[in-house]
Design a protein around this ligand. Structure first.
Ligand code: PMP
Ligand code: GLN
Length: 383
């Protein structure tokens, strides 16, 4: 039987490839972005408690009411912005589902969707499955800020959506108030919607605040803000996230969500509802990760790589452009198999696989693992 692929160019994701290579070669895995340490014990115990209490059947489609209410309280206290828990907040199985559902609910064949590159791997396939046309706009190098002139000139009558990611994976760039104002004025008089991927919302450094797109009134009314508890509480395997969007957009969003997963695992939702009542659980995150970023960067100083410390996210980029012409994919594989340290080549985040000679390392690991990874990079000459 002939199967005509709907995604002919898509293979296995780089995260799966590099994690497997790391495992096969006993390498320190600084490739795929997931914490190398366990989630807080109290949160784990809450899950067990809720399982024992019998909270094990389907959760309501939009999420358990107490979690939606606590999300609304959290958002209100952090940003001053209100979202109605009945009509504007949906609990989903990870930000992946949120982004997929937002795109599927709104993008039709022929719609143009602007993707700022480098971009997280899920955006483009999701757009293409809807018949949408991704329009690529490259971010400024080397800081991954937005090139507003380029973005403006990419907007056409067919533009239906702009994909935003702040703090940015892999670049670490954190949107400023000026970025938010620029986006709002660019789309104010259009029908353009926004997906704002804010999964690293609690991981910003050097006192830099995360500014959510919801804080601008123009953007509040046309944005799907997609968040993930996975990054915030070191539980990426639970796949619990949420989407904040105005009522009309949420209505459409839930039409897709209810047929993709219907609902998200119940005991996790109750446990998170209890846990997020204490804001110190996520407010301590910038300090926690900044120590790791600084430790990692200090070690990198003794290598020949060049880098600028990340503004946010748990990824650090390094450049080797001045050292070698080797492709980033080959180098990432060579570091994994030869030096015992796995990383991600960032060319995979570009549609045309542009090779800027930059590697991404995940520093969400125990200090001992980071030290060992650094040692391996320092001990044996790379080039
Ligand atoms: N967006 C970005 C930028 C990510 O890095 C990730 C995963 N790490 C996701 C979305 C997916 O989040 P989740 O695991 O909650 O589906
Ligand atoms: N978001 C993670 C990263 O950027 C990967 C998640 C996944 O493997 N899908 O490394």
């Amino acid at each position: 039987m002939l199967i005509e692929s709907k995604l002919p160019e898509v293979g296995t994701t780089i995260f799966t490839i590099m994690s497997k290579l790391a495992l096969d070669h006993h390498a320190i895995n600084l490739s795929q972005g997931f914490p190398g340490f366990n989630s807080p014990k109290e949160l784990l115990e809450l899950v067990t408690t809720h399982m024992r209490l019998g909270n094990n059947q389907y959760a309501p489609m939009s999420g358990v009411p107490v979690l939606r209410q606590r999300i609304a309280e959290k958002v209100q206290s952090e940003t001053g912005i209100s979202y109605n828990e009945e009509e504007e907040i949906t609990v989903v199985s990870g930000a992946t589902e949120a982004i997929f559902a937002a795109i599927t609910a709104t993008i039709r064949s022929g719609d143009e969707v602007i993707v700022l590159e480098p971009a997280y791997d899920l955006y483009v396939p999701a757009i293409q499955l809807c018949g949408g046309i991704p329009v690529f706009v490259s971010l400024n190098m080397p800081d991954f800020s937005v090139n507003w002139e380029k973005l403006k000139s990419a907007v056409t009558k067919k533009t239906r959506m702009i994909m935003v990611n702040t703090p940015h994976n892999p670049g670490g760039y954190v949107w400023t108030q000026e970025d938010i104002d620029n986006l709002a004025s660019l789309i104010e008089s259009t029908n353009i919607l926004v997906v704002s991927d804010e999964v690293y919302e609690h991981i910003t450094f050097d006192g830099r605040p995360h500014l959510s797109l919801m804080t601008h009134p123009v953007l509040r009314e046309r944005t799907f803000v997609c968040c993930s508890f996975g990054k915030t509480f070191h539980v990426t395997g639970w796949k619990v996230g949420y989407c904040l969007a105005p009522r009309k957009l949420t209505e459409e969003f839930r039409k897709v969500h209810q047929f993709v997963t219907f609902s998200t695992p119940t005991p996790f939702q109750y446990a998170l509802a209890d846990y997020i009542q204490d804001p110190s659980t996520y407010q301590s995150l910038p300090k926690f990760y900044q120590q790791k970023r600084d430790l990692f960067c200090e070690g990198l100083e003794t290598t020949d790589f060049t880098f600028t410390p990340a503004q946010g996210s748990f990824f650090q980029l390094v450049s080797y452009k001045h050292l070698s012409n080797e492709s980033d994919l080959i180098l990432a594989k060579r570091l994994t198999t030869g030096h015992g340290v796995a990383c991600i080549p960032i060319s995979v985040f570009f549609q045309d696989k542009t090779d800027h000679k930059i590697l991404r390392f995940c520093f969400a690991k125990n200090d001992s693992e980071l030290f060992e990874g650094l040692n391996r990079l320092i001990k044996n000459p790379i080039f």
